[in-house]
Ligand binder design. Structure first.
Ligand code: RIB
Length: 335
């Protein structure tokens, strides 16, 4: 169901775009060891791009548009940039504000083991140039109106409902995110601080919610990683306006001011093939659901379904389910 053109909700994702190269090994090598991996896929990745793809999957059929603010290498010179932009468009993401820069497109090298776990090394490249301040004027104006000269078939006017960011910008650039969020004061600033590259208190204080897994929660708070959940939840509630702690296959905890912590379970995955990008699927789906007017709890339910479905296929964005698949699983598991 599409909203009227004058009110089309928009999710703006400010973050990284990578091309992921996967290989599968029976067991991860120890330091100094060489192992032979099986050839895997090369496809779109980067937490910003993945979350934008997940947002578009849920959002587009619900009339929510997803705009990505990111950077890749130069057209005609950097073949990985064509792969990334082509796949982003295929996922339904508005890429007109993805900058072309002289630095190479970001890359991630990912090893998966037989259990679907992974080890990831990222080379940031062009992502190091993504500066939220470059987009303040764009968001102060009207993202969609600025797009009206482009090739969009979407409505010419829209309203930014959610600004979504991750931890893959440089720490200096991440510190600028609250200024970008201030350009759209009616939008919710969802900060998935993965990886924990900064513990800037002003950045976390602007987040609504701050989204982290349990290990990241301990790291952002400067607490030991074996800190009891209850203590993590209580402390997170003090550093951000609200928080979501993703608990992997257990689901997610919703921490909202003045309310009891609510645990949203995750639908079990019959077979975990590859967990890469499952957290991004949760975050992107969650953001699109919020933009579509869902509550935090319903957004987390849809996010949990999206994350669970993403573990059943190989790849990051390549593993993301459609809106219909997410809705069907949510109806089966939650409703
Ligand atoms: O969260 C998964 C992502 O982390 C991968 O797609 C990889 O590019 C890294 O950014």
């Amino acid at each position: 169901m599409s909203e009227s053109p004058s009110t089309q909700p928009i999710v703006v994702v400010c973050g990284s775009t990578n091309v992921d190269t996967f290989t599968t090994v029976s067991e991860f090598p120890a330091p100094g060891e060489t192992v032979i991996g099986k050839r895997g896929i090369q496809s779109l990745g980067g937490k910003g791009a993945n979350q934008a793809a997940a947002s578009a999957h849920l959002g587009n059929p619900r009339g929510v548009r997803t705009v990505l603010l990111s950077a890749v290498g130069l057209e005609g010179e950097d073949p990985l940039s064509e792969l990334a932009i082509g796949e982003l468009k295929h996922h339904g993401v508005d890429v007109r504000h993805v900058a072309r820069v002289t630095e190479p497109t970001g890359q991630a090298f990912i090893m998966n083991d037989a259990t679907g776990e992974n080890i990831i090394v990222v080379m940031s490249g062009a992502n190091e140039t993504v500066n939220p301040l470059d987009y303040v004027e764009l968001l102060r104006g009207d993202v969609a109106a600025a797009d009206s000269e482009g090739q969009s078939e979407c409505a010419p006017v829209g309203e930014v409902k959610v600004l979504l960011a991750q931890g893959e910008l440089t720490p200096e650039h991440s510190a600028m995110l609250p200024e970008l969020a201030a350009a759209v004061p009616d939008a919710r600033f969802v900060l998935n601080l993965a990886p924990v590259t900064t513990t800037d208190s002003a950045l976390m204080a602007a987040a609504d919610p701050l989204m982290v897994n349990e290990i990241e929660a301990a790291d952002v708070l400067g607490l030991p990683r074996d800190t009891p959940q209850e203590e993590l939840f209580a402390e997170l509630g003090k550093v951000a306006k609200s928080a979501v702690v993703t608990l992997g296959s257990q689901g997610a905890a919703i921490i909202a001011p003045g309310e009891q912590v609510q645990i949203v379970p995750s639908p079990p995955s019959p077979e975990v093939v590859d967990t890469t990008g499952a957290g991004d699927a949760f975050a992107g789906t969650f953001a699109a659901a919020l933009a579509a007017g869902e509550t935090m709890v319903r957004a987390a339910q849809l996010g949990a379904c999206s994350g669970s479905l993403a573990t059943r296929k190989n790849g990051a964005a390549a593993s993301y389910a459609t809106e219909a698949e997410i809705r069907a699983l949510a109806e089966e598991f939650f409703d």
